[in-house]
Write a protein that binds this ligand. Sequence first.
Ligand code: C2E
Ligand code: MG
Ligand code: MG
Length: 717
Amino acid sequence: MLVLAAVVVVVALAAAVLAGFLFWSAHEIDQSASERQRVRIAQAVKLQLDAVPRDQESAAVWDDAVVAARDRDMEWLAFNIGSWTYTYFGHDESYVISANDEVVYVAHDGVTVQQMDRAFETRRELIEPIVAEVRRVAASGYLDTPPHIADYALIDGLPVIISAIPIVSDTGNIGQRPGREAVLISVVRLELDYELRMMQRYMTEVGRFTTNPAAGADLSVMPIANRAGRIIAFFEWIPYRPGAELLGRTGPALAATFAVVALLLAALASRLRRALNALEHRRIEAERQAGHDPLTGLLNRLSFDRLFDARLSTQTPRDAPLALLMLDLDRFKQVNDTLGHSAGDDLICAVADRLRDVIEPGDVLARLGGDEFAILHSSFAGQVEVTALAHRIIEAIGRPFRIQGSEAFVGVSIGIVIADDEIDSHELSRKADIALYEAKSAGRNRSAVYREAMGEVVQSRHSVEADLREALRVPGQLWVAYQPLCDSDGNIIGAEALIRWTNPRVGDIPPARFIGVAESSGLIEQLGEFVLRRAAQFGARWPGRNIAVNISPAQLRNPTFPDRVFAILAETGMNPADLEMEITESILIEDETVVAGAIRAFREAGIRIALDDFGTGYSSLNYLQRYPVDRIKIDRSFVSQLMTSNGTDAIVQALVTLARALGIEVTAEGVETREQYEALLAMGCDTFQGYLFSAPLTVGDIEVRLREASQATSRVA
Ligand code: C2E
Ligand code: MG
Ligand code: MG
């Protein structure tokens, strides 16, 4: 900005200096031009004065004239004096005065005046002195050319040149006494003669003789004095001012140039200011965004952590203790997968709005990422009160959301920690996280307050990711269990591969706790490939068995996934017809071409597709027609509620009937009791999985079972 101001000042100064210089030089040019004009005009005026007696000579220095004046030859005088000097020289009045001072001839405007004496009377005062003077000069003697007197005078208020010349012999044949000759007087009104008119054309705009000059700044005036030194007239003209003209011509162009430069500068300045403003705005926005979650406008993790630290460090023993509530939405992933990411975003915003309504004044609400929120609750009386707040939150989030025309249900699990003596924000966050997992594993949609005992068994979710990375790198922690799949007689006809993680520090970690982490961190592809390879190796050893592998939506969305699967099949030698892929129905709803293409590619290769957890999602039956599947797996939650007279039996019956009508196999999952088995069998279920038949087994154990089964069959055969 300072630079710009400097530029503006410099340009303004330059403009001022240039303008000043222009005006000064224009003035100088005009000044000298004016001087030159004055000199030229003075010369021209003088020339005019000198011209009159010279013109007179052509008539006055002539033998005939001497004779005519002496003899009063009116005819000769009329022709050669009156008419000729008027016509050729523009002499307005002519007077011939005889040697004895009598008027011999008078002509006005080329015409002889009959009443000479009267005409002379009006000019006597002018004529007599000049005649006397010319006689006096002539009397002192002259050679060829007689002396003459020319002067300025006023006649009838008009400036004139009056000139007197003796009439003398041109040949010298007629002798006269010097000073006693007849005299010719010519009067010429001061007008623009040829010379002046030429000058006027080239140098002046308007010039005129006047006795009464108009006062004006743009008029030049030259006084004309007679021989006695009396000013009798003026020549005034509008001077030609080349400087002014130059200024007039270049001025507007220069002014326009400066105006354009000024405008450009102004535009530049405003652009610069706008750019600076925008930059400042962006900086503020960036700062704001750095501290806020752009989707919900809530504080983000960074600023929440800072604020939490600040609160803890200024906390005094007299203050009410702080409570940290860690929130994680239940089933959010399902909504996101089912309705799409934009619906997911809308849902997050709607959740944020409800949370804003529920929290109390002074509470701090933040979105830590994904579907995680945190609340810093400050003014509470005790654990009962903070649990009540948690319940209000659970109740608020539990109400259905209307998202993009669909109804969505999510829940929220809340982990709570109360900062009694603990002032380390990281430690408190870790504990809240542990409590949150406790709440989740206790069945979701509930809250849990941290207790010391939890920490020993529950890992924080953030350490799960790091540990899982480690587990994928170092062999030994991850392994695959196989849960037998049985036919209606309870014979083992295949198995479902299920990932297992035995962590050296915390022991077995259930898939429910780390599959989600693997999906959100991108580790799922590696994890999925690990399971698939193990399952394929197993399947290659047991051809003809149906080996099922769970596939995450994230894996299916990767366009290279089918190639990876085929490569593993080739590498292990497993028959594709023995492989079954368990997908969840939410992936079908996405209607992604990549997913659809992958499913088609698998089916074309002979790989079977099973719909896992059937009935829990957004069922759905029409998807069965759009995406042909080979098997549906009725979810454990249906099976466990059979025979509880809440309509589950009817639903399951309908599902089985429909599936069979479509030629789709039906597997019941989580069959734990004989009653369930028999009921499902009666409904028409083909295959079964559950603790009633077998829990998931190690590869060694299931191979024992498979061997027994094949021996039994061969014995039967
Ligand atoms: P799922 O595919 O529905 O697997 C069946 C789950 O039910 C398994 O839990 C199994 O141990 C459990 N189960 C089987 N029979 C019974 C029963 O009679 N009663 C009860 N209460 N449970 C039974 P698990 O192994 O904990 O796996 C949980 C979920 O984790 C699986 O559900 C699956 O969705 C996912 N999962 C497991 N392994 C993998 C994997 O390798 N890849 C992917 N993407 N997901 C996996
Ligand atoms: Mg499964
Ligand atoms: Mg299942």
